[in-house]
Design a protein around this ligand. Sequence first.
Ligand code: AMP
Length: 422
Amino acid sequence: MSFASLGLIDQIVRTLASLEYTQPTPIQAQAIPAVLAGRDVMAAAQTGTGKTAGFALPLLQRLVQDGAQVGSNAVRALVLVPTRELAEQVHESVRAYGDGLPLRTMVAYGGVSINPQMMRLRKGVDVLVATPGRLLDLQRQNAVKFNQVQALVLDEADRMLDLGFSRDIDKLLALLPKRRQTLLFSATFSDPIRELAARLLHDPVDIETAPRNTTAKAIRQWIVTTDKKRKPDLFLHLLKRHGWSQVLAFVKTRKGVDQLVDLLAAQGIGADSIHGDKPQPARLRALERFKAGEVRVLVATDVAARGLDIDELPVVVNVDLPIVAEDYVHRTGRTGRAGASGEAVSLVCADEVQQLAAIEALTGQTLQRKEEAGFEAEHRVPQTNAGGQVVKKPKKPKKNKDERRAQADARVVQEDVRFRRT
Ligand code: AMP
């Protein structure tokens, strides 16, 4: 199947050829004709499936064909995304796909000065990619008008709700024209998202190109069980042993991110980080350095989990499992993109067994377990099954008589201390 057969105009088809997109991905094959026909769309697609082009190409074409002039401060198509990084990335794609078309595009997100954004909006823009909070700020300052909005895209809609944008989204929806085309894209579809979709979409085309909540097939996934405190050293060990050329590593806390970066730096391994405490320019710089291959390891909290497109990333390591099982799908989606193969490795400690069970239930698989010599868990990670259950209680290692006596003595001493304190 060709892009031209989907109804795309010559200019866009030429641009796609120059980007070496030879044929549409499954989501593009379904979304492009539906969006060109003016239909609302609800699409559940895995990350890395080409969904950005799935909505951007037909929207750009509709804007060109309709030919309306954009008024000052007005916007014709609005793309809402949850994070600044994703905003940059989606805008880059929109710019690339719209090359040669007479359209103005712009990106707006918080954490950077609002004035240049206000200036650029004065002439009006055809496509605005924005995060919800900054868009509301711009609207409050009368820098943006919504009366010309004819299309709204909610990208990574579930993530926007997870990140607490639901009130901002409701406020924005109340300000938008009721007659418009709405496209809702998300890798995972939870109940709140389905409710939002039911409120927003009119007779949508429902697109599902992969089984819901599955991780990309080309990704080899396995876990290494260990103790919590051994995780940073185990990560270092695996990095060296497997000779991974580049790794995106996810860590639960910002402090944990910094500690791992320091550990890697101390070993002479180039590492940088992305987390919520870092100013936006530093976050983007870290991502650029990683993409350019200047650093070997990018350590991130879940801020970076969704949407980031890094070409041919071979390995994602979950140093900590995500709290929300859906985030596992997003994290692992950073590798094995656009058909490339990849590996997703999770370091799992006993405390995380419920999270592991939830991930296995969501993705319908039991992850292969491995142990690494010298890093075996003292606190055993209980067995799980793909039904999301923990099937065995952790076996307590048998203690010999001397150990038991030593423990009993320790308890007596502790109780004595407690007694004396009171
Ligand atoms: P996305 O899911 O939109 O983030 O896209 C994932 C990656 O696939 C990006 O690097 C795109 O440039 C690439 N891509 C999207 N559509 C195609 C296509 N039809 N052929 C080849 N690469 C594509």
